[in-house]
Design a protein around this ligand. Sequence first.
Ligand SMILES: Cc1cc2nc3c(=O)[nH]c(=O)nc-3n(C[C@H](O)[C@H](O)[C@H](O)COP(=O)(O)O)c2cc1C
Ligand SMILES: Nc1ncnc2c1ncn2[C@@H]1O[C@H](COP(=O)(O)OP(=O)(O)OP(=O)(O)O)[C@@H](O)[C@H]1O
Length: 141
Amino acid sequence: MTHVLAQGTFDILHPGHVHYLRDAAGMGDRLSVIIARRENVTHKEPPILSNRQRRDMIEALGVVDDALVGHPEDIFSPIEDLDPDIIVLGYDQHHDDAAIEAELDRRGIECVVRRASPLDPDDDELLSTGRIIDRICEERC
Ligand SMILES: Cc1cc2nc3c(=O)[nH]c(=O)nc-3n(C[C@H](O)[C@H](O)[C@H](O)COP(=O)(O)O)c2cc1C
Ligand SMILES: Nc1ncnc2c1ncn2[C@@H]1O[C@H](COP(=O)(O)OP(=O)(O)OP(=O)(O)O)[C@@H](O)[C@H]1O
């Protein structure tokens, strides 16, 4: 059984998130997802929805076996507990694949890192939480 791990913020779900998680699920037999804690989302605006709400939405998806809110300080702690075979990073995530692999190795976790594919939007469809919020502000506020 190949255990796959995905992670992200997943604030206000859209089809890009579903594509990422389908892609990740297709790489193995079981998909676990770590939800980034609000206080750890520092590379962009913090999420609108709470940790628990974002976790509940992800866990409701059919391709996801389990979803959990991440660790507050040590992002490798849940990985040690889950012991996945593959970590799938999103196509555009800012993480350094080699640095993650080096830390997994240092902690004795046998796990490879892969990248998911992108999903390109059609016409004026949006596949970005930030851009969806921008459009709501432009058209509804
Ligand atoms: C392998 C891995 C494990 C992570 N685990 C956690 C965690 O336990 N807790 C947490 O708050 N963030 C964790 N993160 C960080 C968030 O997922 C991070 O903010 C993520 O880059 C958000 O991506 P997004 O902007 O694509 O949604 C982890 C990241 C990676 C790459
Ligand atoms: N269009 C897309 N195609 C494939 N994967 C996507 C797409 N949009 C988001 N994802 C993936 O979903 C995961 C979580 O994404 P995130 O929560 O950052 O959403 P986002 O919509 O990209 O957010 P923001 O617009 O605020 O940066 C990431 O791994 C990201 O790569």
